[in-house]
Design a binder for this molecule. Sequence first.
Ligand SMILES: Nc1nc2c(ncn2[C@@H]2O[C@H](COP(=O)(O)OP(=O)(O)O)[C@@H](O)[C@H]2O)c(=O)[nH]1
Ligand SMILES: [Mg+2]
Length: 300
Amino acid sequence: MFDKVRFAVSSITKATKEKTISQNQLNEIMEEFEIQLLESEIAFDLVKKISDELKIELSNKSISRKTEISEVIKERIRNSIQNSFEKCEEINLIELIKSSSVRPFKVLIIGINGSGKTTTVAKIAYLLKKNKLGVVIVAADTFRAGAIEQLKEHSEKLNVKLIAQKYGSDPAAVARDGVNYAESHNIDVVLIDTSGRVQTSKNLMQEISKIESVINPNYTIFIGDSLTGNDLLSQAEEFYKYAKFNGAILTKTDANTKGGAMLSILSTTGKPIIYIGTGQEYKDLEQFSIEKFLANLFNT
Ligand SMILES: Nc1nc2c(ncn2[C@@H]2O[C@H](COP(=O)(O)OP(=O)(O)O)[C@@H](O)[C@H]2O)c(=O)[nH]1
Ligand SMILES: [Mg+2]
């Protein structure tokens, strides 16, 4: 992950390290740098912002010694990226639930088909159990063939209660069932898996709104497939119109070498990334940390 962004950072620092650079050469280097950042799937606006800030810094005449320039560049990029994270607070979901007095704590999972919702629900259930929090899973995907069986298999492996109804049932009603069950059995957390949405399908998106208004979740999580690239941002924005999610989880980061979409989602939605999915096993859910992210980026 982030190989492409890392490559862009290391190329520009190398290019400016080698010799004293003229304004023309600097323009060329900056152009190349922008292209590489765009290829890493960082959204255009963010690339522009990073690059503009860097240009201002580099045109500052006081930076004359060539050895300093590469350090200035690194520092500048680091600051730009850090600024783009400014709106996002870091979230530890487990701590958040533990410190909340709300029981059951209702977590709603949303995102398009195939983004990794069901897998992530299982991973979160595993993590909650590991942290001694009781959990019930709700199969509110009553739409896609095999969805209930998929969740049933996970719930059996994890030894977690599953609330499900027949295919075609009203997802909001199934979710309500799950909340009722948790209430009467004193279970800490209700995890609601929903059906995959195509972000352009208004009806399906309205169904999400309905689930939301019926169960009134304490935390809604948007699941984004990191392999989606630039489209991820428009997906997140479209979902946000129907369900004001509180945070995001990016899946399949083990299979993605670009990572720019992650930066874009953070800077645009202002919502934190809570975890990243790093594989197909239950344990493959990593806490996301801005510090770690930056360290990884500059580890060249
Ligand atoms: N490599 C990898 N695969 C994942 C990850 N998360 C989910 N998947 C896979 O993505 C596919 C779709 O996942 P699923 O949970 O069914 O998506 P849903 O339609 O949103 O519920 C499955 O084959 C999962 O095993 C991840 O973090 N890494
Ligand atoms: Mg699913």
